[in-house]
Design a protein around this ligand. Structure first.
Ligand code: GTP
Length: 236
């Protein structure tokens, strides 16, 4: 029997670091290609896919002590736009139809973000990549993912990370860290579990957006998650 989609419309959050592979900086096209192959499988299965990309492979605004925070965030937003274009290029190379929409106008390079256009692109089977975060400083790209997920009525926000779910403490530091299978939004906020920053977590909670946190070191987890296989931790 053919597998059925568990989630029809998804918002996938990819960190900038995930695009850098072992290099940790810049773009690693073979790594991006593996991620994009999994995304294409979801699209071929009928999922409507929006992607928010981070920018940490180029720039970490908060690591700069001397720079004005607003300016640092502007540079970070431009970094996410570069990543959006790179992911779009790889997806197109695999045969997907893709549109890049940015929260800050750069019309010569990408479409401006217009929700109605996004929804139309979905109807036509196109993948939409959102660049420039929320378009405002002081917000993370996790907040952008939470915002876009709410705007497009995503069935789930898939947060790709380097850990295979949510733990009670850092599993890289503590051998006895325990993984949660499921959690409520309330538990995330009350226990200050480091899933996303508090603004993003609060937005998901307010809008009742389910979140699935999973490990991207196996890129096919994206496809498995969308098909409802047991990966990561679900927050609902
Ligand atoms: P439909 O009208 O649903 O068929 O969508 P479409 O995206 O194919 O049509 P549209 O005429 O809006 O866009 C045609 C091409 O131009 C697509 O590759 C878009 O991504 C691109 N495009 C549309 N608007 C802009 C823009 O403001 N800036 C840039 N750089 N490209 C744009």
């Amino acid at each position: 029997m053919e597998k059925q989609l568990k989630y029809k419309r998804i918002l996938l959050k990819l960190s900038g670091e995930a695009l850098a592979g072992e290099k940790k900086m810049g773009l690693d096209i073979p790594t991006i290609t593996e991620i994009c192959k999994s995304i294409k499988k979801c699209s071929d299965a009928g999922a409507q896919i929006g992607i928010v990309v981070g920018g940490g492979n180029y720039w970490r605004g908060r690591s700069s002590d001397t720079m004005d925070r607003v300016r640092a965030d502007h540079i970070g937003m431009l970094a996410t736009a570069m990543n959006a274009l790179a992911v779009a290029d790889v997806l197109e190379g695999l045969g997907c139809e893709v549109r890049v929409q940015t929260a800050i106008d750069m019309k010569q390079i990408a479409e401006p973000y217009i929700r109605q256009k996004t929804l139309r692109h979905f109807e036509k089977g196109r993948i939409v990549i959102f660049g420039c975060g929320t378009g405002s400083p002081f917000f993370s790209t996790d907040s952008a993912a939470a915002l876009r997920a709410a705007e497009i009525n995503a069935d789930i926000l898939l947060k790709a990370t380097m850990v295979d779910g949510i733990y009670d403490k850092d599993p890289h530091k503590y051998a006895d860290a325990v993984k949660y299978e499921t959690l409520s939004h309330h538990e995330i906020l009350v226990h200050s579990l480091k899933v996303m920053d508090s603004a993003a977590a609060a937005m998901c909670s307010d809008n009742k957006t389910p979140i699935l946190v999973f490990d991207l070191s196996r890129p096919d987890n994206i496809y498995d998650a969308v098909m409802g296989e047991k990966v990561g931790t679900v927050v609902s």
